[in-house]
Design a protein around this ligand. Sequence first.
Ligand SMILES: NC(=O)C1=CN([C@@H]2O[C@H](COP(=O)(O)OP(=O)(O)OC[C@H]3O[C@@H](n4cnc5c(N)ncnc54)[C@H](OP(=O)(O)O)[C@@H]3O)[C@@H](O)[C@H]2O)C=CC1
Ligand SMILES: O=C(O)[C@@H]1CCC=N1
Length: 267
Amino acid sequence: MTQKVAVLGTGKIGEALLSGMLRAGWAPENLLVTTRRPERAAELRERYGVETVTNPDAAKRADTLILACKPQDMGKLLEELAPHVTTDRLIISAAAGITTSFIEDRLAEGTPVIRVMPNTPVLVDEGMSVISAGSHATPAALTHAEEIFGAVGKTLHVPESQQDACTALSGSGPAYFFYLVEAMTDAGILLGLPRDKAHDLIVQAAIGAAVMLRDSGEHPVKLRENVTSPAGTTINAIRELENHGVRAALLSALEAARDRSRELAAG
Ligand SMILES: NC(=O)C1=CN([C@@H]2O[C@H](COP(=O)(O)OP(=O)(O)OC[C@H]3O[C@@H](n4cnc5c(N)ncnc54)[C@H](OP(=O)(O)O)[C@@H]3O)[C@@H](O)[C@H]2O)C=CC1
Ligand SMILES: O=C(O)[C@@H]1CCC=N1
């Protein structure tokens, strides 16, 4: 039997996943989506040729339900789904903070639940999706989750106790790099470069650095040392970064993101 997958709460990350699954070869007729607003449903139908349905219909018709609403909307969504979700359905939640037990407690006893934290680079098939099994998720269910998320990037299994930390590093991670690029582009303006040139220079530096980090096999410290010439330019910049506590700021920032993920679980 062909597996049907429904994305429930198709906003930014839900749409990113949907588009990735279609790129990876999923047939539109095997995908269902749900939205809160009818105009959003129309947009998705037109853009992707997928069927839009209600949440109860998604629960009745799809084998796998990917819950992609905000953590704050999860309780209400589960209330709506509970009467219709049978234990042969697989529930995958992409919501920050929401634990598998939060979901299990609101659905029929024995329903398999998997928690996944993806990130927006799934849009370009360079995502990272961090996967944890709930109490009733079988190895086959985990393999299915890996197939879905592995089509749009890498996957990593972690114990659920590490999910809030992974959310801070990986789920939110791309935002920190976008923020750095934005700030460094402003620095280019300060130094008198036109914005488009500053942007191109910083983006290419980021891409080059990312590929080296991934492919060179060298530690980041070594890669940075290779750029940092004695009495040169880079060390002057590094001194300013250290003076302004950028390393400490990053430690605090990621800790704050981790703590917020924990808070979201509490509602
Ligand atoms: N954005 C990211 O980078 C990442 C987000 N996540 C997680 O993904 C989830 C969604 O985040 P994001 O995509 O950014 O948020 P969005 O607000 O873009 O998407 C959530 C969508 O869910 C819809 N929705 C809410 N309640 C219902 C409901 N009962 N039925 C149907 N649709 C509903 C909302 O509709 P409406 O538009 O009408 O409000 C909205 O379109 C969050 O839990 C977040 O933690 C995980 C990893 C990365
Ligand atoms: O900011 C957020 O809460 C979501 C979760 C990870 C990335 N975006």
